[in-house]
Structure formats: C-alpha cells, structure tokens
Design a protein around this ligand. Sequence first.
Ligand code: ADP
Ligand code: MG
Length: 246
Amino acid sequence: MLQVENVTKSFDGFLAVDGASLRVQQGEIVAVIGPNGAGKTTLFNLITGQLVPNKGRILFDNEDITKLPPYMICKRGIARSFQIANIFPRLSVFRNVQVSVLSQQGKSGTLFRSAQKMAVEEANRILKYVGLNDKAQRLAGSLSHGDQRILEIAIALGNEPQLLILDEPTAGMSPDETKRTMDLIKELAETRGLTILFCEHDMDIVFNVAKSIMVMHHGRTLIQGSPEEVRENKEVQEAYLGGEDA
Ligand code: ADP
Ligand code: MG
C-alpha cells in the first residue's frame, strides 16, 4: 500500500532522513522505532507531504505521491496524528470531529443539508467508537492530555482514511490511557481493516501490536522485518536495544 524508497531530507545540510525505506502492506500494523532524533517524525512528515524529500520516492497504491501537498495526500486516504495533539481547543469535542467529517464529505458532492445530518451521525458514531461520546459537548481544550490524543485519532478517522499514521500516540499518557489507545489501534486494524503506521518509544507496546517493525538510526533504515527478526538482529541490538543482554 505504501512504499517509501530511499528518501532523504536535509535541514541546512544536516541529514535528518538519510536514504530511509519503508513498506506497509494493506491491513498491517507497522511500527517505526529508533532513538530520539533518529528521523521518525521527519519521515512521517515526508509521507504526509508536510515536507518534500530532497531525494527518493514515495508510492501510495502504486501512485507517486512524493511531491503532492498534504491536502491531496489526505484526500487519497492517508490521515495522521501529530506528536503534539493538533485539535481545535475552543470547539467542542463533537464539533472537532464533525468538522473533519464535513471536510471529507465536501468532496463527495452531497447536498448540504443531508451532508450536515450525515456528518452529525458519523461524528457521533466515531466518538462512540473511540469512547469519547460522554464528553462530546465539552471543549476539546478541557480534555485530559490522553483524551486529546484520542480525539486527534477521532478527527483523523473523520477523513475515512485507508492508512492512519500516528506519531507517538501514547506519549504522555497514563498506563490506563495507553492501554485504551493501544486497544483502539488494534481494533481499528483488526475489525475495520485500517492500515496503521506508528512510531512509539515503549518497546512492550511495539513488540506486542506491530506485525512489522522498521528500525531507524541516524536517518537510515537499519532493518524492517517481523518482531522476531528485529529482536534477533545484531545491528539493532548494538545500535538500539542496548547490547546482547537486551
Ligand atoms: P525523531 O522523531 O525520531 O525524534 P525527528 O525527525 O524529529 O526525530 O528529528 C530528526 C533530526 O532532524 C533531529 O536531529 C532534529 O533536530 C532534526 N530536525 C527535525 N526537524 C528539523 C527542522 N525543521 N529543522 C532543522 N532540524 C530538524
Ligand atoms: Mg518524533
């Protein structure tokens, strides 16, 4: 579904991403791991069009999306969350999701009135699905950090994506919120057939849910493989997992 081929991105001569490659198959949960500064967020920004690579190619559904702007990439079915929650804090939780559903329907040419009504139903359905329905009328900015991150996933779902990209979805969450979020991610993949690409610090989570893991180091891809392959890889153990004892 997604093929990232040898992409490079430099900032003033500094190579944040240095020929990284990644592939994501339909229906898979894929994790990108790597120490702070490895280039994970930059890689996601390249995929979703926030940044344009200096070199390399990105294919989605076999079509080249390398130089498309973010809104066109979103239209093609890639939605994302950011490392720092990106919501409208002064709108209600419900309205945050409804706006996203409406902007998605904007392209389908539905009559305005029925589109509004459908958007209400769809927004309520999504909020129920992610477990925020009882907080729908609250201001988004008043939610706990964990709920704001989950709201961000709800907003992304309003775009009806095929591929959902999550940048450290559980960062700053309590253990309870982390579990809720990971259950949600698994559920989205298993019962809704959504393809998910995420990066995450917590190795327990990564090795628990990901079917395929890509390890990034200094902007490069060390390896991409199954959890077993990654765990057994000597280079990964040395560079990242902390030696053979890990
Ligand atoms: P990660 O998400 O893996 O922690 P990032 O992709 O955020 O890593 O950053 C990779 C490297 O690129 C870091 O050294 C970071 O400081 C640098 N970097 C990221 N974005 C920029 C930018 N806009 N300008 C300059 N340097 C950047
Ligand atoms: Mg990051």
